[in-house]
Ligand binder design. Structure first.
Ligand code: SF4
Length: 643
């Protein structure tokens, strides 16, 4: 089934057992001093155990002020070698190769994380995300950095890495030098491409002289930066041929920089699977060194096809490796249905990165906890989980994997809870895969599931569980603060709209500027339901969401003429319409339907009735406090694991 995927291939002199690589991802797991931690090593080791042929680490620093996040690995000093040797030894136990990615973040940082110094860049410019203004590097500083890159490469070899990846993509310092998007210098490092590539060439030469000719060095670039003045395939083709001439061993073909709003670096489900593969194919057609394709390659079937059809020599499956670090081994054994898929939500990978906390994954609550979840046998208990949403299903699965007898009661006729409606929004169809996986895994694990089972305190008592996990969820917030809304037949709830229980048409006002509000607008606009307005109290929409995703949703809505009413306070709903106040002026919005998307409130009537159970009772998920699905799933998983 996967002949190509599991055929060995070489990068330089290094033979890799299969074509499946984990490209670099920031973990926020090393210490602030760039040392590998137990958590960081276990995180990578799990992927090696799961059969990945090649792991490319996150971006190792060449100097401590070159970091874009607080807890990033580094090899700027000899003292760091030993901790990273433990990492390479752990990974090598499974026959997996590990390359060290080396970078400098350039302007894509801020003084809160880099030791309080001003950020540096090829030319002075502010980073669109971090806002800090970077200063221009002097030529002497450029030369100094070249030496530091070379020294870091030597340390990587000493630490037992099998190769190096120079990060020359995603808008970081080397990428900045390469592109007119950021490089406005007028010296030998700016202007024509032969000058803009000089910094990278000097780094490559310094590294090569420190590691020798037979040590693999690959280069990661953004083939298309997706910005004004950014590089696209025109110059990237030239660069690729230069790399081959220099003796570079492979090219990792990515896309995007920070100012293209994640359009390639960390893409959400709004981007199609394998969307960057065409550019990798173009590079592969003009060079004779291995090319790696990345960008939302989440399925081994897609990966095999890319290899078979000559798009690339390696597939980089980054977020797929978070969702399921055992993806290669499951694919090899033909257990494709058992693979947990990345659904492109960005809740815990990108989301945690921005918050400077260890990376995680909505689809896999074990990420970041590999070092503390052992699944050792524990005395068997009878566990009852009430509620079949994301928290409840994760609780049931974790408890079952610990060896407990687990029963799950769900009052509706379907598992998935609120997460079911998430998949109905344009751009989020893949979300249904997660619910599917949880249901499938519970079946395989032997969890007893009872649907249409309403739980009351007596029924729970009669069941006689050693542990009761309440994961009853939340219900939509009623618009009590809107006089005239209660009982009004023109008032609907977003959840009912998204689940197709109601079918509004005509003039529709969606009330609430969070994720559900704009997603409901996308849904209604996509279905051409009429003239749609989104009423937002603040000056920003969906501020807790990844900005790349919000960008997609805004463009989607704007292309379909959805009206965004920012900074509008909602007043009473009368027969004449909805009273709105904007900048001190009151006006009326007359609509056929008013869709409430104002968040959720916990629904947990059983907790008090069962409080006498003491520590035999635990409440998890939205029943505690409505949050994103990742937090709910993780809390459920922990409750089940420690049941
Ligand atoms: Fe994929 Fe979401 Fe997991 Fe990130 S958090 S790896 S986007 S499933």
């Amino acid at each position: 089934m996967f002949d190509k995927l599991f055929s060995p291939f070489k990068i330089g002199a290094c033979e890799i057992k299969n074509r499946i690589a984990v490209p670099a991802m920031v973990t926020n797991m090393p210490t602030e001093d760039g040392m590998a931690t137990e958590q960081y090593i276990a995180y990578h080791e799990e992927k090696a155990k799961g059969g990945f042929g090649l792991i490319i680490t996150e971006d190792y620093l060449v100097e401590p002020t070159g970091k874009g996040y607080k807890y990033v690995a580094g090899l700027w000093s000899d003292e760091q070698i030993e901790s990273h040797r433990k990492l390479t030894e752990a990974v090598h136990q499974y026959g997996t190769k590990i390359f060290c990615q080396i970078y400098h973040c350039g302007r894509q940082s801020n003084h809160f994380v880099n030791g309080g110094v001003q950020t540096v860049n090829c030319s002075p410019s502010p980073d669109p995300w971090n806002r800090d203004m970077a200063r221009e590097l002097t030529v002497d500083e450029v030369h100094d950095l070249v030496e530091k890159f070379g020294a870091a490469a030597g340390r990587a070899k000493a630490a037992g890495f099998d190769g190096i990846e120079i990060h020359a993509g995603h808008g970081y310092l080397i990428a900045a030098f390469l592109s007119y998007h950021q490089n406005h210098r007028m010296d030998e490092y700016g202007g024509p491409l032969v000058n803009r590539v000089r910094f990278l060439k000097e780094i490559y030469d310094a590294m090569r002289s420190n590691v020798g000719d037979d040590f693999p060095i690959m280069i990661r670039i953004s083939a298309d930066e997706g910005t004004a003045n950014g590089r696209d395939m025109g110059e990237t083709r030239v660069l690729a041929k230069m790399f081959e001439e220099w003796g570079v061993d492979a090219i990792n073909c990515s896309n995007g920089v920070y100012s293209s709003f994640n359009d390639g670096i960390i893409a959400s489900s709004w981007k199609k699977p394998a969307f960057g593969a065409q550019r990798a194919r173009e590079l592969k057609s003009i060079v004779n060194i291995p090319v790696m394709a990345v960008n939302r390659i989440n399925d081994p079937l897609v990966a095999e096809e890319l290899l078979e059809d000559g798009y690339c020599d390696f597939v980089g499956m980054a977020r797929a490796s978070l969702a399921d670090p055992h993806l290669p081994e499951k694919a090899r054994q033909g257990k494709v249905r058992e693979i947990r898929r990345c659904i492109g939500c960005l809740q815990a990978c990108a989301g945690h990165t921005y918050r400077q906390i260890p990376t995680g994954c909505l689809a896999n609550p074990e990420v970041g906890n590999e070092y503390r979840y052992t699944f050792d046998a524990v005395p068997k208990k009878r566990v009852l989980v009430v509620g079949g949403g994301i928290a409840g299903m994760n609780a049931a699965l974790a408890a079952r994997r610990r060896g407990h007898d687990v029963t799950l009661w769900e009052k509706s006729d379907q598992l998935g809870g609120q997460f079911i409606s998430a998949a109905y929004t344009p751009g989020k169809g893949e979300y249904s895969q997660y619910v599917y996986s949880l249901i499938y895994d519970m079946e395989q694990a032997g969890v007893t599931v009872e649907l249409e089972k309403e739980a009351d305190a007596q029924a729970v008592e009669r069941f006689g569980a050693d542990k009761v996990i309440l994961a009853i969820g939340a219900i939509p917030r009623e618009p009590k603060e809107i006089p005239g809304a209660a009982g009004n037949e023109k008032v609907l709830y977003a959840e009912d709209v998204l689940r197709g229980r109601v079918n509004p048409e005509g003039k529709i006002a969606v009330l609430g500027g969070g994720s559900v509000g704009i997603e409901t607008c996308c849904y209604l606009a996509d279905a051409e339901r009429g003239d749609i307005s989104l009423v937002i109290r603040r000056d920003v929409v969906a501020d807790k969401e990844d900005r790349g995703k919000v960008n997609f949703m805004r463009h989607f809505c704007e292309d379909r003429f959805v009206h965004f009413l920012f900074e509008h306070r909602i007043g009473a709903l009368t027969d004449d319409g909805l009273e709105l106040t904007h900048q001190g002026e009151t006006k009326l919005l007359k609509a056929d339907w008013y869709v409430i998307a104002m968040g959720y409130v916990p629904y947990n009537p059983l907790e008090e009735q069962l409080s006498h159970l003491g520590d035999r009772l635990v409440v998890v998920g939205d029943a505690v406090e409505p949050r994103d699905a990742e937090a709910a799933g993780k809390e459920g998983f922990e409750a089940g694991y420690f049941a």
